[in-house]
Design a protein around this ligand. Structure first.
Ligand code: PMP
Length: 407
């Protein structure tokens, strides 16, 4: 192929930088998560997964599995079409109602992933509202960035979580310009949380629409799992809440929840909604079971918070640096792409611990890290094994450890 030499040169460059992505090939077993069998090593081996976004283990929850089995038995495998052309089933409609209720909104609209929700919904709003300017937090996810880029609307980037910068940028725009302030609740790589109330204050003062990505918040925060905005009593002040069904809800799919008019508008104009096959009904049924369960059960959220606190304490005790934040994401900082890849490989090969390294361009150069996501299904013994493996590799890699007691 004429371009293969170009492709290979670019891939070699990634390898030299330590940024080439290799996937661990995992086989999960029903009820055994976070244990999995790894098939990409010399022979199959058992590993413990520490980097899953199935944050609460809902992907293995009996209610979710039962709902999916029942839906497959009832209606078969696929949706059979786009939502418009025969692909809307009662499972899709019921899930949209469940999600609208979760966020206290008039309506919700499903997409095939969280990525597509952002790309399609934000892109459609930005391109179809005449003269719209999008004010985008500098830390926003690629799906929002691509949606805005695709919309060709003017984009103004404000400093990450910086209210003064957002205000300056809002004030610099003409009062009559339609504006959307786009941001996340929990930022996935640092685990920090946006000042949502302050952003709402500013958006209201300057007449901007608010678009909040709660992908790392839904299911996990708030009394019913409605996200950080629910926890802080702010859902009513957010115009569009976007979420995923693929992380805390353990299945797949994405959505927006908003006014009936806004959802109908996006449904009617977003190509990423219109021209693609609907989610399989069983996926919608499984996701609805997960959303329903987490509306009333706090057990998983409490267990997860306990595991997160335990891991942080253990890391402090052995002097492994981790970024403090108020969320469930524990970023263990390495600061070097090659060492980060190396530690991740050794964890997998020698200790049966799987944590994918997070390198540039996912995070800025020099902030390479292991992103650890403790869940209710990790045991105290798992935590002990993880901490001791990290301490061993830190020493082997000659990265300084400063236990809390010595600070
Ligand atoms: N938004 C954010 C902030 C994300 O981190 C991600 C995925 N990592 C997405 C959207 C996309 O969600 P999904 O995985 O459901 O496509």
């Amino acid at each position: 192929m004429a371009f293969d030499s170009f492709f290979n040169a670019e891939l070699d460059r990634l390898r030299d930088e330590g940024n080439y992505r290799r996937f661990a090939e995992l086989e999960r077993h029903r009820g055994a998560f976070p244990a999995a069998t790894r098939h990409d090593g010399p022979s199959p081996s058992t590993v413990t997964v520490w980097c899953s976004n199935d944050y609460l283990g809902m992907g293995q929850h009996p209610k979710v599995l039962a709902a999916m089995h029942a839906a497959i038995n009832e209606v078969g495998a696929g949706a059979g079409g786009t939502r418009n052309i025969s692909g809307t089933t009662r499972h899709h409609v019921a899930l949209e109602r469940e999600l609208a209720d979760l966020h206290g909104k008039e309506a919700a609209l499903l997409f095939t992933s969280g990525y597509v929700s952002n790309w399609a919904a934000l892109g459609t709003l930005a391109s179809r509202i005449p003269g719209c300017v999008v004010l985008s937090d500098a830390g926003n996810h690629a799906s929002m960035i691509e949606g805005i880029r695709h919309s060709r609307a003017k984009k103004v980037i404000w400093k990450h979580n910086d209210l003064a910068d957002l205000e300056a940028k809002l004030a610099a725009l003409p009062a009559e310009t339609p504006k959307i302030v786009a941001f996340e609740s929990v930022y996935s790589m640092d685990g920090d949380i946006a000042p949502i109330a302050g952003i709402c204050d500013l958006a209201e003062r300057y007449g901007a629409m608010t678009y909040l990505d709660e992908v790392h918040g839904v299911g996990l925060y708030g009394p019913r799992g409605g996200g950080v905005a629910e926890r802080e009593g702010l859902m009513g002040r957010i115009d569009v809440i976007e979420g995923t069904l693929g992380k805390a809800y353990g299945v797949m799919g994405g959505y927006i929840a908003a006014s009936a008019a806004l959802c109908d508008f996006v449904r009617s104009f977003a190509s990423g909604f219109i021209f693609t096959t609907a989610l399989p009904p069983a996926v919608a049924a499984g996701a609805q079971a997960a959303v329903r369960h987490l509306k009333t059960s706090d057990t998983e959220r409490r267990l997860q918070a306990g595991r997160v606190a335990s891991l942080r304490e253990r890391l402090d005790a052995v002097g492994i640096p981790h970024q403090p934040n108020p969320s469930h994401i524990v970023p263990v900082m390495v600061g070097d792409p090659v060492k980060c890849r190396w530690i991740s490989d050794l964890l997998l090969d020698e200790f049966g611990i799987y944590i994918q390294p997070i390198n540039y361009p996912t995070v800025p150069r020099g902030t390479e890290r292991l992103r650890i996501t403790p869940s209710p299904v990790h045991s105290e013994a798992d935590l002990d094994r993880l901490t001791s493996a990290l301490a061993t590799l830190w020493d082997r890699c000659r990265i300084a450890r400063v236990p809390m007691a010595a600070q």
